[in-house]
Structures are given as C-alpha cells and as structure tokens.
Ligand binder design. Structure first.
Ligand SMILES: [Fe+2]
Ligand SMILES: [Fe+2]
Length: 245
C-alpha cells in the first residue's frame, strides 16, 4: 500500500508537471487531489511508523540481549585472565590491582546474572571476539617481555587498560540502551559496573604514571648501556639487522 501511495504521488507529480507546462492556471485542480493524498498518506505513515516501532523494539531487545551475552562471556573470560596477569606482574602494587579487579570482575559476572534474571532470561555467554583478541594480545605481551621487569608491568597496564576501555564502551552503550528500552533497574546495575570499570582504568593510569613508567624508562637506559658494552660483537649487530629486516 505504501508503494501504491508513493507511485500515485509520483504519477501525480508528473501529471501536474505536464499540466503546468501546458497551462499554468490549471493549478486549482491539483489542490483537492493533493489534500486527499496527504490525508491518505497520514494514516499510512502512522500505520507504518507504529509497525516499525513495534518490530524495532523487539529487534532492539534482541540485540540488547545478545550484547549482554557477549559481555557476560567477556567478564567470565576475564576471571580466568586476571589471575594470569596478576602472576605475571612485577610490582606488588600492580599484582594487588589485578587481584582487586578480579574480585570486582566476579561481581560484574554476578550483576549480569542478576540482569538476565530481571529480564526473565537464562544467563548465557556468547563468545566475545573483541575481548578474546585483547586478552590474546595481553598474553603476547607477557611472552614478549622479561619476567621481573618494569617493562613487563608497562605492557600489562597497557593491556589491562585496553580491557577496561572495551568494558567502559560496552557498559556505557548498554546502560544507554537499557534506558531507551525503559529498563531502569537494568540501567542502574550496568552503570554501577561502568563506574567500577572507570575506577579500574584510573587506578592503572595512576600506577603507570606514579611508578612503573619511570622505572621502565630506567630499564631502557640500562639496556642501552648493556648494548653499548656489547657493541664489539659483530654477531649481535648482525642479529639486529636481521630482526629489522
Ligand atoms: Fe568488568
Ligand atoms: Fe574491568
């Protein structure tokens, strides 16, 4: 019906154009036709809009549930990743930060389970490729950095902050969506988690700025010193060239 209306509108326009080209003063004939088309369109538009709204709402709800499953997987995954990060960290301060955030993350898992319950849905996890990728990169950083160094901690902090920023983006967006869907209780729970993710991110920044980055930069100086001492070795220089290539 919408197509028919649009066709009749188009043909109406064409007819009007032809007519106005032939005789400009035939305009009054078009006026009643326009009014009737507009009246018909109003009810059609209203019907289509309402139908669209209904289906959009259910589609949005479905999308929202899917995103909850995604972050639920991510949080559960993090409860396994954070102990590894804690173990890999050099400084006690960073070890403690990861240990604390593990506890907070367990709360996030429980909070999501509460949300599923509020929605009358089973708590289901759906693999979050983004979080899988970020944590895989973090594992790579652990492999690439030396145990017991501040550089290892710099890498872990960077990796941890990528995790937090992904969570901040997700919870911020989901809280907003929950409000759009009229799920105020759900939005409040998501906002609680959002605030804790922001705190975790800020703590990591503080640890980096106050301590770790400086220590890591001193490590760089030490390493440069060692390299200078070893400059006699042609083999080492050769290796470096190979790495660059
Ligand atoms: Fe979390
Ligand atoms: Fe987090």
């Amino acid at each position: 019906m919408a197509k028919a209306a649009s066709k009749s509108k188009k043909s109406g326009k064409k007819t009007a154009a032809k007519k106005s080209a032939a005789a400009k003063k035939t305009a009054p004939r078009k006026a009643p036709a326009k009014t009737s088309t507009a009246g018909g369109k109003k009810s059609l538009v209203s019907k289509i809009f309402n139908q669209g709204q209904d289906s959009e709402e259910s589609m949005l709800m479905e999308f929202f549930s899917d995103e909850l499953k995604d972050i639920y997987w991510a949080e559960k995954h993090l409860t396994k990743t954070l102990p590894k990060m804690q173990k890999a960290a050099t400084s006690d301060e960073l070890k403690q930060a990861f240990a604390d955030h593990l506890e907070t993350t367990q709360t996030h898992v429980e909070r999501l389970e509460e949300i599923f319950e509020l929605l009358g849905k089973k708590a289901q996890a759906k693999k979050c490729d983004a979080m899988a990728g970020i944590t895989e990169e973090g594992a790579g950083i652990i492999e690439e950095t030396e145990k017991g160094t501040a550089t290892r901690d710099v890498g872990l902090i960077l990796s941890g902050q990528k995790v937090e920023h992904y969570e901040i983006a997700t919870y911020g967006g989901l809280a907003q969506l929950a409000k759009t869907l009229g799920l105020e209780d759900v939005a409040s729970l998501l906002e609680e988690t959002l605030a804790e993710e922001k705190e975790a991110d800020e703590l990591l920044t503080q640890i980096a700025e106050n301590n770790i980055n400086i220590r890591a930069s001193e490590e760089d100086e030490d390493e440069e010193g060692e390299e200078e001492e070893e400059e006699d070795s042609d083999e080492e220089e050769g290796d470096e060239e190979e790495e660059e290539a």
